[in-house]
Write a protein that binds this ligand. Sequence first.
Ligand SMILES: Nc1ncnc2c1ncn2[C@@H]1O[C@H](COP(=O)(O)OP(=O)(O)OP(=O)(O)O)[C@@H](O)[C@H]1O
Length: 258
Amino acid sequence: MIEFRNVSLTYPNGHQGLKNIDLKINEGEFVVIVGLSGAGKSTLIRSINQMVKPTQGELFIDGENTLKFSDRKLRKFRRNIGMIFQNYNLVKRSSVLRNVLAGRLGHTGTLRSILSLFPQDDVQLALHSLERVGIAEKAYIRADQLSGGQQQRVSIARALTQKPKLILADEPVASLDPPTAHAVMKDLQRINKEDSITMVVNLHAIDLSMQYAERIIGLRNGEVVFDGPASSVSEKTFEDIYGRPIKEDDLVGEVSNG
Ligand SMILES: Nc1ncnc2c1ncn2[C@@H]1O[C@H](COP(=O)(O)OP(=O)(O)OP(=O)(O)O)[C@@H](O)[C@H]1O
């Protein structure tokens, strides 16, 4: 379980990215964070693995206050957290398989990592992860030769190869066309169900949030202004979160039948 207790984060320039966040996310939940650009979605998600570090409060994960971790403990803790980014963060000139094996780096010794000597089990795990997102046949192709949707699947496979307890996805489908965005959201949903991996996903598309989330958390100006089951939200809820009427740009705009 992830528990924010009165967490605030002030950036070095004095901007307050998060304000007094109190939040519990249970194991296996599929949570979507919504809010306007600048609301603090990235700051919230990145504070969970301390890519940005809260400046106040306590952030408990599985009963431990992670803000008190030593650097060593933090590195170990991060092994269990997969991260997915809008721009995929792949090493473009490397093969798909090498990119996916990067998910084992935290688990492999430094020397082995430098030499890219991965145990056969890790290679099997990486290939299996690629299979799970439907692109096993791309394993030996250079990452930059894939489409955006395929590259995002490589990054999902890399996260899976970490064997994470938690996946944080920061706008994972914002660069994809509508059908591909739905397909990638379905991959995340399936993995959440099959492996009970907790998913915390930032999205700005309202329709995607309603379709794939179990629970929606709304942020505005660094504060939680809504928290409830996706089944309870309406257009009005989003208007309250955004503080303005819904616009066409807030939707991906294509219905998925699958
Ligand atoms: N390193 C930083 N230093 C100072 N201010 C920052 C920094 N990173 C983010 N901010 C500010 O904190 C606020 C929240 O940013 P954040 O990126 O978390 O928002 P967001 O909801 O994810 O928006 P977007 O979808 O546009 O990324 C914004 O006002 C942003 O300008």
